[in-house]
Design a protein around this ligand. Structure first.
Ligand code: 5AD
Length: 557
């Protein structure tokens, strides 16, 4: 229920329409629609929004600052951080058996511990622990990134794909998808727009096509984007664009990231040489058995892992990620996913809820398993679970870049903003030219399909202001853990038990290459929640618990 929000009647008026772009108005209505739908005082809210909009009409510029502040109040609800880092540490520490856990400590949690946290918050509906999880993660995010959010503009350069991933809306066998590949000059135009709009980064994502022509196209595209934007940067810095690059040129022009699938190391190397520095390749699930269920037999989990390793060897910052809520996936799989991120040394993480796409085999599987559940309710649960995963990733990885993914917004119009308060620090505005967007529908309800890049950018800016954060303009925003992995603390011990008296920190083996892991030297560090009897480690998790997230079948949490 929105209570202390706008205070319009008490003379907030007027706000300025100029600070608050049109996108904001549409945000307001979306917000109302969403919360109205969910019974959070629709009428009251609607009334507020009308006042709000009226106020926006006639606001002089001098009220800008006030407008922003009020806007933050207005928007407080869905992403309110419930606890201070200290309070959160107390609750989480108690759960893990370390009552003296210090706030903002990065924790090298085990699969068992992460599983226990997911289970308590998902199946058992432990709201207090969930709040602590979100708040603790937000504390760590703030510790490493302050209130800054990084942007990565994304261009979906082609939907031509030779893979047949069972969940994907642009898989090879979707015959009625109109296939496109954006000509390089158009991509360069977007890159120039991105540079002028202080985006700092460009992620080039496309379907997977292992042909010499496609490899060449990508190489040329990377080079063209780099050249064009480095030249713009030289000009902006008052240097001769045709002259030599400054000695320290790492952050000239746009940072180019790629997401183009599984290719030989030589090809990765060529693209690196052309100027790409980051690469995203989601593992989709760290469980090879589940992976095998979702992909045609021609695709191999091990090969995907090998590609991630090859990318790392070439020198890329690597990103990976998974989908949450895949049919057959268990909470233990999800705990294993986060362990996978740590073991592979991921610099960037992207996790989104799995969303059914009609006409795909995994959507059929999903229907068979969950056909009877209220889909909307289910998706809301998967949304929450995804944000818990973001929080767990933040808590265990510390200073990796974690993205608030677009798929979250397909479920909740405020999805990405909420995620930015639950461990994420990266947003990816879609910059794909509008005419192509409808053909890059990976799943149903993908948002922003009809927007322009400018609208997306403005809309997201407004949204970020609302959650009390700000965009870090014109930086590459490398994942800090690429050069300086966070020191994490392992919580070890066998059983819940005595209070921990002294917390000596002993250096132990690093989980991630180059990651210092220290240990809470305590006998009392096991999770309060029991580990499932006979639970298997890692990939040999039995694939029986199909009802998985108990909440799917149970009624209310
Ligand atoms: N629901 C959610 N995410 C999906 N992706 C593909 N299909 C779906 C879907 N149906 C994600 C995959 C892929 C990324 C580009 O999009 O994780 O790696």
């Amino acid at each position: 229920m929105l209570t202390n929000s706008l205070g319009l009647a008490q003379g907030l008026m007027p706000l300025t329409a100029r600070v608050l772009p049109a996108a904001l108005n549409s945000w307001c209505s979306q917000w109302v629609r969403w919360h109205g739908d969910h019974g959070h005082g629709h009428h009251h809210q609607h009334h507020r929004t009308k006042e709000f909009k009226d106020a926006l009409q006639e606001a002089p510029e001098k009220f800008q600052g006030e407008a922003r502040k009020r806007l933050r109040d207005f928007a407080k609800l869905p992403w309110e951080v419930a606890m201070t880092p200290e309070q959160a540490a107390k609750v989480l520490g108690t759960f893990l058996g370390i009552p003296n856990l210090e706030a903002n400590t990065v924790l090298a949690l085990t699969v068992d511990q992460m599983h226990a946290i997911l289970e308590a918050t998902t199946d058992k509906g432990d709201k207090q622990l969930e709040k602590a999880l979100f708040s603790y993660a937000d504390g760590i995010t703030t510790k490493f990134f302050g209130d800054e959010v990084y942007y990565r503009g994304i261009v979906e350069y082609s939907n031509v794909c030779q893979n047949d991933c069972g969940y994907c809306g642009i898989r090879k066998h979707m015959h009625d998808v109109r296939r496109y590949t954006i000509p390089i000059p158009e991509v360069v135009e977007v890159a120039q727009w991105a540079f002028n709009n202080k985006l700092g980064n460009l992620m080039l994502q496309g379907g997977e096509l292992r042909t010499p022509q496609r490899n060449q196209y990508i190489e040329d595209m990377v080079r063209a984007v780099r050249e064009a934007t480095v030249r713009m940067d030289m000009e902006r810095r008052g240097l001769d664009p045709a002259g030599p690059l400054p000695a320290k040129d790492e952050e000239m022009g746009l940072c180019v990231s790629l997401s183009a699938g599984e290719l030989p190391k030589e090809v990765y190397q060529r693209w690196y040489n052309a100027g790409a520095r980051r690469y995203l390749l989601r593992i989709e699930s760290s469980n090879p058995d589940l992976y095998a269920m979702l992909h045609p037999s021609a695709m191999s989990w091990q090969h995907r892992v090998d590609c991630l390793k090859a990318l790392k060897e070439v020198g890329y910052m690597i990103g990976t990620g998974i989908m949450v809520g895949l049919p057959g996936q268990t909470l233990r799989d999800l705990a294993g996913d986060i362990m996978f991120f740590r073991t592979i040394g991921a610099n960037m993480i992207g996790m989104g809820p799995y969303i059914t796409e009609a006409g795909t085999p995994v959507a059929d599987m999903w229907d068979k398993l969950y056909g009877k559940v209220d889909k909307k309710e289910h998706m809301k649960r998967m949304f929450d679970l995804t944000t818990r995963m973001n929080s767990l990733a933040r808590i265990t990885l510390g200073n990796a870049n974690i993205s608030a993914t677009t798929a979250l917004q397909a479920i909740d119009p405020m999805g990405r903003e909420i995620a930015l308060r639950r461990g994420s620090n990266v947003l990816m505005p879609i910059l794909t030219p509008t005419k192509y967007r409808e053909h890059y529908q990976l799943y149903e309800g993908k948002p922003c399909i009809t927007d322009t890049a400018d609208e997306c950018r403005k809309c997201l800016n407004a949204r970020i202001t609302m959650i009390g954060k700000k965009v870090k303009d014109s930086v590459w925003g490398d994942p800090p853990n690429f050069r300086n992995p966070a020191i994490s603390v392992a919580v070890s011990g066998a059983a819940a038990g005595p209070q921990v008296s002294a917390r000596t920190i002993a250096t132990s083996t690093a989980t991630t290459p180059g990651t210092g892991t220290r240990t809470y030297s305590t006998a009392a560090a096991a999770p309060k929640a029991p580990t499932p009897a006979g639970a298997a480690k890692g990939s040999d998790v039995p694939r029986i618990n199909i009802g998985v997230f108990g909440c799917m079948n149970a009624g209310k949490r």
